[in-house]
Ligand binder design. Structure first.
Ligand SMILES: Nc1nc2c(c(=O)[nH]1)N[C@H]1C(S)=C(S)[C@@H](COP(=O)(O)O)O[C@H]1N2
Ligand SMILES: [Mo]
Length: 407
């Protein structure tokens, strides 16, 4: 429901209209002035094409995340994929006339491909790839930082199909001085100013030339939904997903670090040194976020689950580690005093999340928390409490916790 409609209903309560969700509010005249039916607070908004339980953080632009239990699938279905838009979704997209231009100082030529040409000229690849917003977990930082207050659910791992960035760039020709690749998408700035773009980021050439780096037109075997970049998007797994440009119409091969929108300031950059929470950082003491840190999520059961004493609880979830893989996943039911190893599967391919499962027994009735902690192949683990505070609230990879009541 949009805000207008909600306000309309709010105003109507206590006057004359007394239906909510298509049914009569029987004792509406007893509702005190200024109090509205709580059902309207519980389900304020649904995002188009998304599962009913997805959490809408913002409608303008669309920013939507999954509650952890909705991420239980091995491969994330599109209706459970988070949405992170910086601008307005492009309108009137015509895949038949869509083109992708490759140019830039370090491109040997300039080429323009239609979708049909891309699909015909280059070999197709499908990979399951995790995409996580760099701001996922931002709501955990104190003091709070500006930006969408993501909880745990700005992560997805779907199967993307397309052509390799490296095959397309090789066809155009890459000069020896190439250091970076940047993208431009067709989405528009929120202000309506057509001279501005909402975002134009990129990756070092080395990342662009990896096997799993794709120019994709399909997800889970179907056209990419409009919200996720139809008809063409970049996929650079394991990095802040802001580098995976949606509605991509131009790729530039750069002889310097790409200087597009949101490559500077506090955008997707973190301090080089640890800083005191809340403090300011000089511009030259930031670095661009690249591979994301090790992380995990508990997708079953849902936090707050009630189970019977004597029952064995089967937990499950996923773990991922940026460019690396996860080597162990541990579970604690005693606030981190002791840990047990979960069973951890290998990823489907590089840069796909890994599934884990564990069986736990609780010693007696009461309140418990299950904590999950992953360790990557370099030996780095998730922090138990919080990682370093940074001005825009990126990289919160602290352990996911769920509540369990044993009765
Ligand atoms: N053109 C364009 N590409 C974009 C964005 C955007 O706003 N415009 N958002 C980026 C960010 S910040 C993220 S986290 C991912 C989100 O991808 P998704 O919405 O498909 O989950 O897309 C990235 N690519
Ligand atoms: Mo993002």
């Amino acid at each position: 429901m949009n805000n207008k409609r909600r306000n309309f209903i709010k105003k109507s309560i206590g006057t004359s209209l007394l239906t909510v969700l298509g049914t009569e509010v029987v004792f509406a005249k007893h509702l005190p002035e200024g109090i509205q039916p709580i059902i309207l607070d519980e389900k304020p908004t649904e995002a188009p094409g998304k599962h009913k339980e997805m959490l809408v953080l913002n409608e303008r632009p669309w920013n939507v995340e999954a509650p952890p239990h909705l991420l239980d699938d091995a491969i994330t279905p599109v209706d459970k994929m988070f949405i992170r838009n910086n601008g307005n979704v492009p309108e009137d997209i015509n895949p038949d006339t869509w083109t992708l231009t490759i140019e830039g100082e370090s491109a040997k030529t300039r080429k323009v491909f239609t979708l049909a040409e891309l699909k015909k000229k280059f070999k197709h690849y499908t990979y399951q790839i995790q995409l996580e917003c760099g701001g996922n977990g931002r709501s955990g930082f104190a003091p709070q930082t500006a930006g969408n207050q993501w909880k745990e659910g700005a992560i997805s791992c779907a199967e993307w199909t397309g052509v390799r960035v490296k095959d397309v760039l090789a066809n155009v020709g890459i000069k020896d001085d190439a250091v970076y690749v940047g993208y431009y998408g067709k989405d528009r700035h929120l202000s309506g100013d057509t001279t501005k773009v909402p975002i134009s980021r990129g990756v070092p050439i080395k990342k662009a030339l990896e096997d799993e780096s794709l120019i994709a037109w399909a997800v889970n075997g179907q056209d990419i939904p409009v919200m996720h970049g139809f008809p063409l998007r970049l996929i650079f797994g394991g990095w802040a997903a802001s580098v995976s440009g949606k509605w991509v119409e131009k790729i530039v091969i750069r002889n310097k670090v790409h200087d597009g929108e949101k490559m500077d300031g506090t955008h997707y950059r973190v301090p080089i040194f640890p800083i005191e929470p809340g403090s300011k950082v000089p511009d030259n003491e930031f670095k661009i976020i690249e591979s994301l840190p090790v992380k995990s999520i508990i997708t079953y059961p849902k936090s707050g689950a009630i189970i019977e004493e004597s029952r064995t609880l089967e937990l499950r979830g996923h773990a991922w580690a940026g460019d690396l893989a996860v080597s162990t996943l541990q579970i604690s039911i005693d606030f981190g005093a002791t840990w047990q190893n979960a069973e951890l599967l290998a990823p489907k391919n590089r840069l796909a999340w890994q599934h884990w499962s564990a069986k736990v027994k609780f010693p007696r009735r009461g309140y418990y928390e299950v904590w999950a902690k992953a360790t990557d192949t370099a030996g780095t683990s998730q922090p138990m409490v919080m990682p370093a505070w940074n001005p825009a609230g990126y990289l919160n990879n602290s352990c996911h916790r769920i509540a369990i009541k044993v009765v």
